[in-house]
Write a protein that binds this ligand. Sequence first.
Ligand code: GLA
Length: 730
Amino acid sequence: MSIQFHEPTGVFSLETAHSLYQMKADEAGVLLHLYYGEKTSGNMDYLIRYSDRGFSGNPYEQRDRRGYSLDTLPQEYSGSGVGDYRLPAVQVLSENGSRSVDLRYVDFQIEKGRQALHGLPYIRESADCETLTVTLRDDVIGLEAQLLYHVFPSQDVIVRSVILKNTSKKTLTIGKAASACVDFLYGDFDALHFHGRHCMERQAERLHLPKGATSFGSRRGMSSHHSNPFVILSDRRATEHQGDCYGFMLMYSGNHLEEMEVDQAGSIRIVTGIHPDGFAWRLEPGDTFETPEAILSFSAEGFNGLSNQYHRIIREQVIDPRYRGTKKPVLINSWEAAYFDFDAEKILRFARSAKALGMEMLVLDDGWFGKRDDDNSGLGDWVVNEKKLGCSMKSLSDQIHQIGLKFGLWFEPEMISEDSELFRAHPDWALTDPERKPMLARNQLVLDMSRQDVVDYLVNAMCAVLDHAKIEYVKWDFNRSIANCYSHALPPERQGEVAHRFMMGTYQLLSRLLEKYPDLLIEGCSGGGGRFDAGMLFYCPQIWCSDDTDAIERLEIQRGTSYGYPASAMGAHVSASPNHQTSRMTPLSTRSIVAQSGTFGYELNPERLTEEEKEQIKAQISDYHRFEALIAEGSYYRLSELDENKDYEAWMFVSPDQKEALVNLVMTHIRANGPFPYIRLQGLDPRQVYRLEGTEESYPGSALLYGGYAFGQLRGDYPAIQLHLISEEA
Ligand code: GLA
């Protein structure tokens, strides 16, 4: 049993393979958080101390206990306006104008397994998963909160979410409903977060948490390039491979907020959930509101240990099991090869060249539908532009299949161009403020996905294309942030619900398409990696990592992404040199080594390749096939500390049985007479001996782990090395 309730003390213990989480309701019914961290034995409530702090008042019924204050006790789900001045987890407006919420313990339930969610992505049930539901209530306003804890013991993960229910006879308006709140009694913590911008997503930045509040988040209607819904709190001394690290990942693709506060006494609170700015959800009597899930994980083995736990839960319980262990086709994408300038003849020429090089799927990117010869028009008109193509989509798809490739197509379902038939017919289907000119980006507007008629239209429009031609893959794009988040289908008092209803509409559309086409592979995308989150990964097993395909920039983007997400989820392509985003020149071998650490493909004009490049590409594809399982299923190790050196980036994969490893090194700065990169490898079995493929060299695992590998002097522009190690026992 991974969940236990100890009757005599009232302590709930949630145990995973390497972690323990404890809480208990005290005599006043306040659900106290006791502990989260490395496994201990016993009851941790001895850690709670009471002290009379000035300006931290006492609940009325505790007025004789001056040391008892909601402001100083560690809470499991903090209320608001009743004396805990730290970050609230929940905020509610009652009809009488009161904003107070004071939740007290009612009861609990422990169950095997977990219920699936309908309407939101969730962590899929595992054989050993168990669920604890703790019910809290505020009797004054009639609000019930069910705190859900799904424990995944073998994966070292605890998934939290909350269901709020209005049990009163009046309307309650929820202003904030966090998915999780965790209080640490003490600690000297750093926060690792992942900021960025278009073409530079998930840049890892490590900050020492100051006193007071720190927050990261997105108000863009999307999880965003700018701030990923994932934060790691770590001990200040933690390194990649040692030290306590706590991960908080929100399984959500819309507005989100991660808040941390170091309080007057040095306690640390973290609260994560839907961003409260602009959020106001009306809960009528009897209604419930369900938050997205937050994936919590703890590792005492540093950032890298934590990353492997996230990789595992995402591979095993987030990504649809039908993709587990399946090989992803090596694709060629038309975007950087042709942009909007193509017809069927050109695409077929690309397909023939790609097939000759060993590629397996051609993806026709933006520009095949409506009036769309640039990015100013046509979105929403998902009707094949046969005039531009010179044939029907069925004919193009048939010919591509005859060449021996699979076929994929780009869509940007949630968008609408002002210049489109759809907008002319349904201007009210766009999110626009009734009294303002809308904000445009790429000259497009955002469809109101909170409307059922819009979702139904998209199902029909997309199915018409997908039914007409054989299409094995869809690239699902989302190319602007949301503004003017106003639905013409909802009354004024419900406008604060639009952003979340939008996400539910998108998730519904994805679910309905996947139900109808169970073999369809959907790659998520949002101007590159603007919606790279566990919510999208529930539907899309891979997500285009960034519109920046420069191999050297990709090192940082892929490194940042790797803290929370597995390589198998990162769309990564070899593109042309000079690179289209940076004009940098890099060797083809370097570009391939970097792109191989993701779902591999090419994004270049295959007709412009030299004979020598073609031979190299054939070899790269055959190597990728040899390493694909290792990259997709292996443990992942970053081989340098964040910001430790500016001269190289190195990382490796080790197979689950430790019999095979793939080590990658890219020099980002070559120095005259510079030091050699000596790198200690990770994850190998110290008792095994590893042969270095293509050489006569072999090394004991212990030597590579403790003595490291000597890479020698490298020269030139951005050279890269890949080592394939095979155990002599293999
Ligand atoms: C986004 C994607 C690109 C490409 C373009 C097409 O920017 O990230 O890969 O599909 O849209 O407009």
